[in-house]
Design a protein around this ligand. Structure first.
Ligand code: PEP
Ligand code: MG
Length: 908
């Protein structure tokens, strides 16, 4: 307690004090280091500064007052545990200062290693390690990293100096540089620091540490980090924790090294020994993919004792976390140290396989398995794949790299991020080709269809980031010589037909599932998961694809637990049948306007132009059998399931010719003194009906009320189709839906007319049709008066497209292409509200309207049929506010089924 009685905030936690559930406070890295420490695993001692401290710093520009003393106390404990003092002239303690937010943001924030080295302690380190070269190499790394990340000096300046020195000494690699060379390099680096900042490189170890901590805090708001968060939908206000950890060195000779490991293959989910190892190197060398690594399995040969211990630890971790873990480790002179673990990222296919494997192993329940996969991953698995590229005319395979992130992508070769962005903005599909990527390439990676690198393993920056984005990536295609300066790559050709040169703009195709790289465009084939949903591939077959079986099982769990039903938006029998195969439990939206296009448009034109009721009735009479046939087919396809047919909605002008074109035609005819009577009338009508804001104009129910007989004809077609299906022993379950209602009076008028028509059909056919009548809630006024509207409606279906448009005042057809990019960049929202429901605004209207409607009519059926019905995040929201079903495009139906179940399990 502090003096004034409030509990003092604790800003620093020793690794022994935290645990894996404290990710909000300690970040993922800190929480897991603590967890491993408490499991008794070999973690170098250290402590974590909380995200709360970061938030204070970012808000006020100052670290919180108590932080300095807390850090001093923890540092003193650390020094005592290690028997060394930070940066002491003899036998110094060195520490790393690493970022670590709640969510993994690979390479997006800063880290500084070797803190504590100075002109004096470098000698102490040399004595401690018995290796002068190593000590000077560590010192130059510190100045380089500190200079770039803490002091903001252009990293190229250091790189350039290193290149120069290598050239002077004719050294091919850094390892050929001696201690004396590195001493010279340190001198030159210090000069850079002085000339760039006007200050000497700080010699006080504590000052180094404090500055590094602030730099890590600030890196939370760096451009790279902000962009990554927007992409990954990570909130901007979480802040990062900072981990201060005693240094262990993987670059102390051949008995040292560093690596990354996965407890299962993050690409396929298979159990085994997966990872990369790099002898005599520091951690960053592996992740950056700068030098080529060996497979983890080779460590058994190199250092059997450490390898065996690592495998034991991997087993402990997997059993403890009950999931795939990824690990960073270092071996310092034969002693294994764990530097990080976390529940590892994985491909979509691996996620499904691992979830079912863990259920089979008895490690997790079916409900937990549902939380291990996402609708987004399922959507990814439904992407098409390449047909066997080798057999395509004009296509040559030029290399095979690592299958780093699945999918198939073709596009024009570009060799830098800038071009990737520029070309993609002008509508080109591009493949970003780099030797290796670094965080500066993020924009280009986002713009590209896929990413290809010639260096680096499955844990390189390119691979990790691409997997996170769900983007196709092939990395480490070592046969490719990538020349970014001349914007071309040279490949020996994997088919024995000689060298291939790919210039910027040539089409290449990459297969992220096999690692194959082609020049030319390879055709694609559907995904096995889609084949399964289509019923063309069976999960139970002996030779069933493991992935298909895993998806099948997860869908079965999902269907068992979900509360909400899933319907599809479909306007014809073909789409309806597909939706049914994909698991739809009805049609939530049949947009009848789609039935009036093509050659049927002429009838609508006639309807609009009719001068007399007789002419109008004539046009309607022609439309009736066509409409009826549409509905018969649809009800047959969805026999036994509900089909919500929405009466005509779109703006009238969509059925009329373009005003300019028609004016020109009429003017030309007039100049030829040959005006066409019909065209003149049409032009007058077009002028009369022309609207400045058609989206807010004569649409939906307004159209039905203004054009006599139109809705009646549609209702008759629905009723007669239902009667015909009943007579044929079918089970039609039609529901009639009125669009764009703003007040209950509109609905009452339509309802009365519809009831009359239905009664006529029922008595003429002697059938009781049981047709339900309801409305869309897609205007704010409708949502606000939902309690009254429910008196005239048997169901509501939320039209969240129009509701978003009208609540925000955003034209749904224009804004995404106009100012949304600026809005997203400014962080006004992290994702378009047309894509994911805006919970606070639009969502609130949905929630309130749902409860007001149910207050009036407790058995009111509630659904949603806007695009949000197939968006994972939004599905969760609709579950929470108690809707009965979501309706989405047929292809999204499996995604919605899965997410509806995940929502249940999450709120259970
Ligand atoms: C809606 O507005 O959400 C809706 C489903 O209707 P439409 O997209 O046809 O306007
Ligand atoms: Mg609408």
């Amino acid at each position: 307690m502090s003096k004034n009685g409030t509990r003092a905030v604790k800003y620093v936690y020793d690794f022994t004090e935290g645990n894996k559930d404290l990710k909000d406070l300690l970040g993922g890295k800190g929480a897991n280091l603590a967890e491993m420490t408490n499991l008794g695993l070999p973690v170098p001692p250290g402590f974590t500064i909380t995200t709360e401290a970061c938030k204070v710093y970012l808000e006020s520009g100052k670290v919180p007052d108590p932080l300095r003393d807390e850090v001093s106390a923890h540092l003193a404990d650390l020094e005592q545990a290690m028997g060394r003092k930070l940066g002491a002239p003899t036998d110094p303690l060195l520490v790393s200062v690493r970022s670590g937010a709640k969510f993994s943001m690979p390479g997006m924030m800063d880290t500084v290693l070797n803190i504590g080295l100075s002109d004096t302690s470098v000698a102490g380190l040399a004595a401690q390690a018995g290796d002068e070269r190593f000590a000077w190499d560590s010192y130059r790394r510190l100045i380089q990293m500190f200079g770039k990340t803490v002091l903001g000096i252009d990293g190229e300046l250091f790189e350039h100096e290193l290149d120069e020195l290598r050239a002077e000494q004719q050294a091919k690699t850094d390892t050929e540089l001696t201690a004396a060379h590195l001493k010279t390099l340190v001198k030159r680096y210090k000069k850079i620091v002085k000339s760039e900042t006007g200050q000497d490189f700080p010699q006080d170890p504590r000052e180094q540490m404090d500055l590094a901590v602030k730099a890590v805090f600030s890196s939370w708001n760096g451009d790279r980090a902000r962009l990554y968060r927007r992409q990954e939908r990570i909130p901007h206000d979480l802040g990062t924790a900072v981990n201060i950890c005693s240094m262990v060195f993987g670059n102390m000779g051949d008995d040292s090294g560093t690596g990354v490991a996965f407890t299962r293959d993050p690409a396929s989910g298979q159990q085994g020994v997966y990872g990369d190892y790099l002898a005599n190197a520091q951690g960053e060398d592996v992740v950056a993919g700068i030098r080529n690594t060996v497979a983890l399995a080779d460590l058994e040969r190199i250092d059997k004792a450490s390898y065996d211990e690592l495998l034991r630890i991997m087993e402990t971790l997997e059993n403890h976390y009950k999931d795939l873990c990824d690990i960073e480790f270092t071996i310092e002179r034969g002693k294994l140290w764990m530097l990080q673990t976390r529940v590892g990222k994985r491909t979509a296919a691996a996620a499904f396989r691992i979830a079912t494997q863990l259920v089979d192993q008895g490690l997790i329940s079916e409900a937990e398995a549902l939380q291990r996969v996402t609708g987004g991953q399922l959507a990814q698995l439904m992407f098409p794949r390449f047909k066997d590229g080798e057999h395509t005319e004009g296509v040559r395979r030029i290399a095979r790299g690592l299958a780093a992130s699945p999918g198939a992508a073709s596009g024009k070769a570009v060799f830098d991020s800038y071009t990737a962005i520029k070309w993609s903005r002008s509508g080109e599909k591009v493949i970003l080709i780099r030797r290796e990527t670094n965080p500066d390439d993020l924009d280009g990676m986002i713009a590209a269809e896929g990413i290809l690198t010639s260096r680096g393993g499955k844990t390189s920056h390119a691979a990790v980031v691409a997997r996170g984005m769900g983007k196709t990536c092939v990395c480490g295609a070592e046969d490719l010589e990538v020349d970014t300066k001349r914007r071309r790559l040279t490949a020996p050709g994997a088919d024995g037909k000689g060298t291939v040169v790919v210039e910027e703009g040539d089409v290449v195709s990459i297969d992220g599932s096999t690692g194959k790289v082609y020049v030319g465009e390879v055709p694609v084939v559907p995904s096995p998961v889609v084949e399964y949903f289509e019923g063309r591939m069976h999960a139970g077959a002996d030779d069933a694809d493991e992935l298909v079986t895993a998806v099948h099982r997860m869908m079965a769990y999902a269907d068992r637990v979900r509360r909400m039903r899933v319907r599809a938006n479909a306007d014809n029998a073909e789409d309806a049948l597909r939706a049914r195969r994909f698991g739809a439990q009805g049609i939530g939206l049949c947009r009848t306007e789609h039935m009036f296009l093509g050659e049927r448009r002429q009838y609508v034109e006639r309807l609009i132009l009719a001068d007399t009721p007789a002419e109008r009735d004539e046009a309607l009479k022609e439309l009736l059998p066509l409409q009826k046939r549409d509905f018969v087919e649809l009800f047959e396809a969805m026999d036994g399931l509900p089909v919500t047919v929405r009466l005509l909605d779109p703006p009238l002008h969509e059925f009329l010719p373009d005003i300019t074109e028609l004016s020109v035609r009429v003017a030309l005819a007039e100049s030829r003194k040959d005006p066409h009577e019909n065209e003149l009338r049409l032009l007058q009508a077009v002028h009369r009906l022309h609207e400045q804001n058609p989206m807010l104009g004569l649409r939906g129910v307004r159209l039905g009320l203004v054009i006599p007989g139109l809705f009646a004809m549609q209702v008759r077609a629905i009723a007669e189709a239902a009667a015909e299906r009943s007579a044929a022993k079918g089970d039609p379950r039609a529901e009639i839906m009125i669009p764009l209602v703003g007040t209950v009076q509109e609905l009452e008028l339509v309802r009365d007319e519809a009831s009359r028509v239905i009664a006529e059909v029922e008595s003429a056919t002697g059938t009781s049709l049981g047709l339900a009548l309801g409305t869309m809630i897609e205007l704010p006024r409708a949502a606000l008066t939902a309690g009254e509207i429910a008196e005239a409606a048997e169901f509501f279906s939320f039209g969240t497209n129009d509701l978003t448009q009208t609540v925000w005042g955003f034209s749904r057809d224009d804004v995404e292409a106009s100012f949304f990019t600026a809005y997203l960049e400014k962080g006004i929202f992290g994702v378009s509200p047309f894509e994911t429901i805006d919970r606070e605004g639009v969502g609130r209207l949905v929630a309130d309207a749902a409860s007001a409607g149910r207050a009036t009519r407790p058995d009111l059926k509630l659904g949603v049929c806007g695009e949000h019905g197939g968006d994972p995040e939004s599905v969760r929201f609709f579950h929470e506010v108690g809707l009965d079903y979501v309706s989405c495009s047929p292809f999204r139906v499996p995604v919605a089924r899965l997410e509806a179940a995940r929502a249940c399990a999450a709120t259970a």
